[in-house]
Ligand binder design. Sequence first.
Ligand SMILES: [Fe+2]
Length: 253
Amino acid sequence: MEAECRRAVELGIPAVAFTEHVDFTDWGARDTPPAGMAIGMRRGVAPLDVEGYLADIARCRDMFPTLRILSGIEAGEPHWFSESVASVLAAGEFDRVLGSLHGIPVAGTLEGIDRRLFARHDPHELVNRYFSDMVALIEQSSVFTVLAHCDYPRRYWPADRAGAYREADFEEHYRTVFRALAASGRALEINTKSPLASVDLVRWWWQEGGAAVSFGSDAHEPGNIGRRFGVAVDIVEAAGFRPGRDRFDFWRR
Ligand SMILES: [Fe+2]
């Protein structure tokens, strides 16, 4: 975290948010998964040490007084893990909550989306299902304020057998997701780890009533802080959005 803050200051980035992944390997007693759904193998998922995490945030805030440092989480499938996510949020103070979908149910098991999953399915059908689940996520969870990487599966799209990923193949799905998100007044993340959104795609967000955009480098490592933000800003601007109220705000219409 310290190295990431140092890098952000070097780059002149005014604020960073450390949105720790919050995923679970078991259902909580009051979670609301589809009936009978199991959770597939999730390597590396461990409970968030909220106290240790917030202590690190506090230490970094002391060390880098000119940088605005937001605490936060990236809640995975928050519509199904609602109670489990709520209990993490109740354990500390979190400034920013991302909502994200990394998996979909396959034959009764929640499976992470990756190249292996694509290898076993029709790629268009898989992405169609992803978008349908994302609409449910948006409609059923109010815990997050920013939707992370709205088309996460494109990172693993099998271009070798399916041809290049074409946003236009999924335009109606994107628009349905964007309408639902806009109706709930939340922001869309432009994720610069994923293949970059086109101007057309961000314009669909605008056209469906989207009011705000956030920039996420999904960095995980110091060297990735602010990656491709220059291009991302150009794309968002070309779609009609402008800087918000101050340097810390979302970009807005
Ligand atoms: Fe993510």
